[in-house]
Design a protein. Sequence first.
Length: 358
Amino acid sequence: MAATRERYFDLLRAVAIARVVTYHMFPLTALELIFPSMGVMFALGGSLMARSLDRAARDRTVIVSRLRRLLPALWVLGLFAVPAMLLHGWDDPPWARLPLWVLPVADPPANEFGAEAAGPLWYLVTYLWLVVLSPGLLWLYRRAPLPALAAPLVLLGILLAAPVSLPETPERTLVSVLQFATAWMLGFAHRDGGLRRVPGPATVLIAAACVAGALAFWWRAGEDGISGLPLAYAVFSAGFTLILLRWTPPTGWLARAPLLDGVVTLVNARAVTIYLWHNVAITAALAVNEVLELWNFGTVVEEAGTFAIALALLAGAVLALGWVEDVSARRPPRLLPWPRRTAPDGNHPGQRELTPAR
């Protein structure tokens, strides 16, 4: 039987994806602070993973299912990106690391031409590791919730303060996993009801302390963006996510706004495709801008026009390749997954849980 959609999660994921795309077009620090998309998406993933592990007879089945939904969209990107890089100056590719485009246990390699396509793949790498580690993390969390939530942050602080001698790629992967493991396990806490048992005022105080401490650390460090400080961003994301997951507001109103409801459904059904291709679309839009010379019409027109071109190119990629996500999730492939009907409570019957993104 198909699982009923959690529309609040769908809404949060849609906002997170929209913020990611907007930020990569307009890298403003304010966008990072308004909504820490990556922490939120990992928290949503952790909650859904805990639900699946509780329902499944075997942990391995859940892990394989998650990877089955995640990896084919990456393989499609690789079918375009790797040959394109080989044709554009990648004369001596690291052949031994090319399989990372198939199973991304670390960042897949890329040359300068393909850097923008490969840039967002750290999210898939981190998501993959957290999925694989989830049975153990969930076991630890249920036996010692507070130590389990704090441990990744403590280990991350130690790693950053006194780095061990690890190769760059494994160290970067380890930092990303530790950075978002707490958000992932906050998803466990949401699914188990642990967050709801924390009094509201205490939740607000803890969240405020996390956010204020992270912002103070970032301010003193003098970085351009808080995401450049893994520990600060992890703590900031944890505080922000606490508030978002502690209270689950009703979303029945979404069904009464057909256009917004459809956009939220579409973004969730194509979240992986949007995430993987948005940087490529933005890079291509900048190249189109060079041809059209939009700067002649002023900064506002240039930036708005470039963003519109990027969104149009991204829409084209979603229409052409998004069906891969349907096949991966064992749904009938659809060109445009617009909701066909809506139940009175705002849930969409007959739709299965979708894996994000990052």
